[in-house]
Design a protein around this ligand. Sequence first.
Ligand code: KG4
Ligand code: ZN
Length: 351
Amino acid sequence: MATILALETSCDETAVAIVRDRTILSSVVSTQIDIHQRYGGIVPEVASRQHVLTLGTELDAALDKAGLDWDDIDGIAATSTPGLVGALMVGLTAGKTLAMVHNKPFLGVHHLEGHIYANYLAQPDLQPPYLCLLVSGGHTSLIGVSDCGNYKTLGQTRDDAAGEAFDKVARLLGLGYPGGPVIDRLAKDGNAKAFPLPEGNISLPEGGFHPYDSSFSGLKTAVLRLVEKLKAEGVDPLPVADLAASFQATVAKSLTKRAIHCALDHGFTTLAVGGGVAANSALRQHLQTAAEAHKLRVLFPPLSLCTDNAAMIACAAADHFNRGHRSTLGLSVQSRLDLTRVMELYGQPER
Ligand code: KG4
Ligand code: ZN
């Protein structure tokens, strides 16, 4: 059993958590959304400064809530990739310093591996192999999980990530940032069939469409053109709820179709979902219904573990820790690193 304290500062949430293997002992998350909302999106420099201001009190709170002190911690982890470089650097530097001061092993963690591991916190009996649909603000992919640190990308978006599409469509509808939660809320009062929208199929040179890859930038443009057309016709106010519901249902259907197809083709019987967009109610509904029809087990983390948090980072680090994986204190932040290269964060297992 490994008790890991983890820091997550890859984007606009400052988070610290303590996890014992797959059990959360404490999890503190402070969002900067209200600060970035003023600018209509994330300002990287503001995010880094905010992490510096918040991290110290969060560390105290995480230890306090867990009723632990440093002697009880087996290892310290921090997200090292992917994300905003300045923001990542705050958490990684703090994590490495704490490891040095308290003489503990240190582990850098891949943020997307963290999103996958949110599923183990919700469902501790989960074991690979399974398929994970990763849908966050920056990434959308179908990942075949065969073991801790062993991932294969089976499908991905060719342009915008699903969360990015939610954020861009919300912005063009004048709904502010972040787009996902507000579109989800408005869509509840809208008609999802009001406006047919393109799903974003990827054509193959030999004809037909790619079965698992998606595209969301055309969908975003289609919503933009539709809004322009409605405005030109003098429609006022805009039917925002119907637009939100139609857009959301198109994303949900596109992701569901590809995930189910991929799971069945590759013989996976379990489909886990991770990332901020996993909180979307239409996606949850569509996946649930389709998975039942095809006798697949579908798992969603609770909403608080879908969006960024440090518990998922600690959980991923605990699994690596138990296998003897350690990072060196020379580990640097990386704005991007393919998930399939995650083992590059660790040196040789300790003997
Ligand atoms: O995983 P996450 O917290 O951060 C990244 O790693 O990117 O995901 C943030 C993304 C944002 O694009 C946000 O709009 C989206 O997740 N999101 C949602 C919902 N809640 C958050 N998208 C759709 N429906 C939601 N309920
Ligand atoms: Zn994330």
